[in-house]
Design a protein around this ligand. Structure first.
Ligand code: C2E
Ligand code: CA
Ligand code: CA
Length: 758
């Protein structure tokens, strides 16, 4: 069942009341002119307002029952997971009796609570353990409905006589299942009909109005006044029951044969509806009596004021229910309805205690969405919100009954996987979560994807407190983020070391950028058609004092996170273009451009600037971009603008991401670079199939292909057979300093044997 709490603040209701009162006053003045129609219309509006407010109140009451039932089910599951007692023993234990009594006592509208075994025998009730006698509810329909139907989680019964007290009641039954989905029994809440009678009566007491609470099938649960069949059903009402968002009006004939006007408001969270009706004779009586206009206004004002008073009272009276609601709100995230950080920390403490007591392990996942900010920035917050909801839904689906999901930050979630088991099981689960989250999301008209990173800590091994464990998982998460292509990682001593390394980088890099400690190396790319060098790819190196030459994979992610890649990237573009401008005019240069650079319009100016400074012909420059998390609309336009400068665009590391095929058609690429992981595995038929398919597709789209990481002659031959147009790799040359290029280019022979034209 959907848990949706709509809280109407007191101020809003009072404002509504004042509005109604004002409307009533103005309505009365206009009354004389508009006659019958306006009287009916006004009545419709009022009845709808009543129905709306009553439905809201009823929903809150049922919501409180649901919170209590779920809480007790959670306690039972928890004891089952971390103890060796079975459901019978837990269900009859003192703490369960005490919890039932306490909750029934707290909620004014709940007469009693009972835990029932799957065979219908009660285990505990809110009456307390002393003198407790089990009884059998297996014959009751509400019980059978819930227990027998696997699709039903909860059910609201018609009015029935209580087995214990013989008094009339309504049962709200919720299924109790184990973490593995086994049906254990039912938790029943017997509602206090009085309470609802009072609730409805207080509102309509001094008027002719009649109210009814109906089940979705139309059977009445509570009516006020308690005349039998005061609100008979007809097709109009049943039809109105189906519309959940608005109060609808319908006509009916009352038990006394009088025509009545009714407003129906179905609950959006529970299968119930409120009907408020008034007799036409009363609606029109004021119209008939001229002088009645003012009196009518007075009555309406009175009702409105009584209503405001009643709400004020209720707000105070229902402090318990409000507390339940507030506790729900305080512990849940409004956007996704998932538990929030507060609730998560509570749950962590419980889980740690239980796992220490039982000497078991559990796994804590901290999940971060990579570059989620870009979705918000490029597509807007409403889209970002929908994405977060979609992600939360998938996480809940992934964990099911095996644990707990919470949203602990804007784009951060946590999972507690209750029974961790072997490391490879946790790993398998992590893999599942990654696959689930990274699969395309349909958000409105768009299909969006998002990468995620997961840090995993095992409790209580990696930390004795919630804080320590969270820290460990966070460190693991950092380590994941610092390693491109890694999606999840367990906490270990190495992770700590990496965090230190990362901190060291964060300290050193700003200085390094300022001090110009970076230089470019160049790796040749060979055209397989002509056998000549097409040109060179510029690859950045950090000549770090005291550390020698540092390769880019270790520092680029940090530079990207710190935003420094933009300044460095601009310099790289200039240096690479200036270097290339000194080469023979037939040689090209390829420059890697980070998705962070591409997220801003500046990149276009930077490219244009580099071309101007170097006087390099734009057709000699290729920029290499990766399939980034999200190439939003802005990115397409930027790529097109870059293309319009005359610069070529290559899609780098092809095959390591996803959605690549569709990207190829959407973006203006002139070249695909086949990732070296495929080249390294060419002996594997699967890799070979991917490489062949990619090359075929590229040929069909008239796009060039560069195979990366070619290290052996065998690989080269296989790639040539498959139809690749270019190759790059250690077989030809490693990246070299700019100064080595003239000598390198003066070599005539590239390969042996050389089947190309010289
Ligand atoms: P990339 O764009 O895929 O660059 C190719 C990488 O493969 C280079 O590593 C290159 O040295 C390496 N490589 C080339 N041939 C072979 C081979 O036969 N065998 C093997 N095992 N490796 C080979 P490098 O220079 O360490 O660069 C790593 C990555 O760092 C690049 O991958 C690129 O993503 C990034 N990067 C390098 N320079 C820049 C830059 O200027 N800007 C940006 N944004 N990223 C850069
Ligand atoms: Ca590249
Ligand atoms: Ca690459």
């Amino acid at each position: 069942m959907r848990v949706g709490i709509r809280l109407v603040s007191l101020q809003a209701i009072v404002a509504l009341v004042i509005f109604v009162a004002t409307a009533a006053t103005i309505g009365s003045a206009l009354f004389i002119y508009h006659g019958r129609t306006s009287a009916v219309e006004r009545a419709q509006g009022e009845l709808r307002n009543y129905a709306f407010v009553l439905a809201e109140q009823t929903e809150q009451a049922l919501q409180a029952v649901e919170v209590v039932q779920k809480d007790i089910i959670a306690r039972i599951r928890y004891s089952l997971l971390f103890g060796d007692r079975d459901f019978n023993e837990i269900g009859t234990s003192e703490p369960i009796f005490a919890a039932l009594a306490e909750k029934a006592n707290e909620l004014p509208h709940v007469r009693g609570l009972a835990i029932v075994r799957a065979d219908g025998i009660t285990l505990a009730t809110s009456q307390g353990r002393a003198g407790y006698r089990p009884y059998d509810v297996s014959g009751r329909e509400y019980f059978r409905n819930v227990i027998a139907d696997p699709t039903v989680e909860t059910k609201i019964s018609p009015v029935i006589a209580s087995l214990l007290t013989n008094r009339e009641t309504i049962m709200v039954s919720r299924k109790i299942t184990s973490s593995r989905g086994l049906v254990l029994g039912v938790i029943n809440a017997a509602l206090e009909l009085e309470y609802f009678n009072n609730l409805y009566g207080r509102l309509v007491g001094n008027s002719q109005l009649e109210t009814a609470l109906l089940r979705a099938d139309g059977s009445p649960l509570v009516t006020f006044p308690t005349k039998p069949s005061a609100t008979p059903l007809n097709a109009d009402i049943l039809d109105a029951l189906k519309s959940q968002d608005q109060a609808r009006t319908a006509n009916l004939v009352g038990g006394d044969g009088e025509a009545r006007l009714a407003a129906v408001k179905a609950s959006s969270s529970f299968p119930v509806a409120i009907v408020v009706s008034d007799a036409y004779s009363s609606i029109l009586s004021t119209w008939k009596l001229h002088a009645g206009a003012i009196a009518g206004t007075a009555i309406l004002m009175n009702i409105a004021i009584a209503f405001a008073w009643y709400l004020g009272r209720r707000q105070m009276n229902s402090s318990v229910m409000r507390a339940a609601t507030e506790s729900y709100l305080a512990r849940h995230d409004v956007l996704t309805k998932s538990p929030n950080r507060l609730y998560f920390l509570e749950e962590m403490r419980r889980t740690i205690d239980a796992s220490v007591a039982q000497s078991r392990e559990f796994a804590l996942f901290v999940i971060d969405l990579n570059r989620f900010k870009e979705i918000n920035d490029t597509l807007g917050h409403p889209t970002g919100d929908l994405m977060i909801q979609s992600i939360a839904g998938r996480l809940k689906e992934a964990i099911g009954d095996m644990g707990f999901v919470a949203r602990i930050g804007g784009d951060e979630f946590a999972i507690i996987l209750q029974d961790a088991g072997a490391q490879k099981d946790v790993e398998a689960f992590a893999g599942e979560v990654v696959a689930k989250l990274e699969a395309p999301h349909q958000i409105d008209e768009r299909v969006l994807q998002c990468r995620c990173s997961i840090g995993i800590a095992i409790g209580p091994t990696h930390g004795a407190t919630a804080d320590d464990l969270l820290k460990a998982a966070d460190l693991a998460l950092y380590a994941v983020k610092a390693t491109p292509k890694l999606s999840y990682r367990f906490y270990d001593a190495e992770v700590n070391a990496e965090r230190l390394k990362r901190r060291d980088l964060e300290n050193a890099l700003p200085h390094a950028v300022e001090n110009n400690e970076f230089e470019l190396f160049y790796q040749p790319i060979v055209s397989l058609k002509t056998g000549r060098y097409w040109g060179f790819e510029a690859l950045v190196r950090w000549r770090r004092p005291g550390h020698g030459m540092v390769p880019p994979n270790t520092f680029i992610p940090t530079l990207e996170d710190m935003g420094l890649i933009i300044a460095l990237g601009q310099k790289i573009l200039v240096d690479a273009c200036v270097a290339a401008s000194k080469w023979p005019v037939s040689k090209h240069v390829a420059v890697n451009v980070s998705p962070i650079q591409l997220a801003s319009d500046e990149v276009i100016d930077h490219i244009r600037g580099a071309l101007e400074v170097s006087q390099l012909k734009p057709s000699r420059l290729t920029i290499e971009v990766t399939e980034s998390v999200l190439l939003g609309e802005g990115a397409i336009e930027r790529l097109r603008a870059i293309r319009e400068l005359g610069v070529s665009i290559a899609l780098d590391d092809f095959g390591t991401g996803f959605a690549s095929m569709s990207y190829l058609q959407r973006y203006p690429y002139q070249k695909i670079k086949i990732d070296r992981s495929f080249v390294a595995n060419l002996s594997d038929p699967k890799s070979q199939a991917i490489v062949t398919a990619t090359i075929n597709l590229a040929q069909a789209l008239k796009i060039e292909t560069t195979a990366e990481g070619v290290e052996t002659v065998e690989q080269l031959e296989a790639l040539r057979r498959a139809g690749a147009s270019q190759a790059q790799g250690y077989l030809f040359a490693k990246p070299m300093p700019e100064n080595d290029i003239p000598a390198f280019l003066s070599q005539t022979r590239l390969l042996k044997p050389a089947p190309y034209a010289a």
